[in-house]
Design a protein around this ligand. Structure first.
Ligand code: GDP
Length: 323
């Protein structure tokens, strides 16, 4: 039986990936923070599979803990998804995001190389590595120009991954994922913020939703499909880096029309603009060209943006009705 280790298994991607790997017959191990084990609401995404996976609490910042974890599990595949994922522009958060994301990736690469050098490793990169782009769509050759410390931490970790691959022959690769959403997306992200607000408004439990720039655009994909891309990357003949994206841009205005339209409401009656949520200018949009992964690994996005948003509203309605 193949063994997979997933860091950040209780997050959106980790939970979908765990389900995918279980369905493929893997023995699945997941790493979470000790505080998550003590607070069961943090394990909500994996509640349904807890009896089929093994959860380990491990501080990924601690190299010895990571080393021992690798010694114990000796995984065939490791998906490193855990990260401080908040795109912050605040100086106070900078050092901890940087140190955390870089150190954890380094600990994993180092342990794998020493304990199980045949382990295939996926690193969760991000379109934020491309950051302030001058061209679109972006592909694997687009210059890196991160605009946030989160992006810088992902870029430097990706460089480390590439270095371990090229210098030591480790099967380690980075997925440059663009935004990907689902009913399990955190509520601070704009898709889920809107779909949960739409559900609450349509059930009379909320009056309005406050947003920043509703002309902002993103390349939004469907998380369950993105974890399939991650899986495919680790089954490939050779380790390589891939852009995982839809190639389509949507505005928040489109998102609002679809989400409110689903419950027969007009978004203009319920949206208020609050400067607090307006981000620095993003003149050239981040939109990814998934041509390489389509050609080499036969992956492409399937679910439409509309179907995804409607599924999210439907799930948020169900959650509220059951609460
Ligand atoms: P990320 O910034 O790409 O990680 O994802 P978000 O879901 O947080 O934001 C996506 C886009 O929505 C960005 O361009 C934001 O500027 C824009 N946006 C507009 N209003 C809001 C808001 O109220 N909350 C958030 N999170 N984003 C907003």
């Amino acid at each position: 039986m193949r063994r997979a280790l997933i860091t950040g298994i209780n997050g959106q991607d980790g939970s979908y990936l765990a389900e995918l790997l279980l369905a493929k017959g893997y023995e699945v191990y997941g790493v979470v923070r000790r505080s998550s084990i003590e607070n069961s609401t943090k394990l909500i995404n994996i509640k349904g599979i807890l009896d089929r996976i093994t959860i380990k609490s491990c501080s990924l910042e601690n190299s010895l803990s990571v080393y021992k974890l690798f010694q114990e599990i000796k995984p065939d595949e490791c998906y490193h998804l855990a990260a401080s994922s908040f795109v912050s522009y605040s100086l106070e958060d900078d050092m901890s995001i940087m140190a955390n994301n870089f150190t954890t990736t380094h600990n994993i690469l180092l342990s794998a190389m020493d304990v199980c050098p045949n382990c295939h490793i996926y690193f969760a990169g991000s379109s934020e590595i491309f950051g302030n782009v001058t061209e679109y769509p972006q592909n694997e050759n687009t210059p890196y120009n991160p605009r946030s410390v989160y992006g810088i931490s992902k870029m430097s970790s990706h460089c480390l991954v590439k270095n371990y691959r090229e210098r030591y022959g480790l099967f380690a690769c980075t997925g440059f994922t663009y935004n990907h959403e689902s009913p399990r997306r955190g509520r601070s992200f704009v898709t889920r913020k809107i779909t949960s607000a739409v559900a609450a408004i349509s059930l009379g439990r909320q009056q309005y939703v406050e947003l920043g720039n509703i002309e902002a655009r993103r390349d939004w994909g469907y998380a369950p499909e993105y974890v399939e891309a991650m899986y495919k990357m680790l089954q490939a003949q050779k380790a390589d880096d891939y852009v995982i994206a839809t190639g389509h841009l949507q505005t928040i205005r489109n998102l609002l029309e679809i989400a409110f339209g689903y419950v027969n409401l007009d978004y203009r009656d319920y949206v208020r603009i609050n400067e607090k949520f307006v981000r620095p200018d993003e003149s050239v949009p981040l939109v990814g060209d998934y041509g390489k992964i389509q050609k080499e690994l036969d992956w492409k996005p399937e679910l439409s943006f509309k179907d995804m948003i409607e599924e999210m509203v439907e799930c948020d309605l169900r959650i509220l009705r059951e609460s």
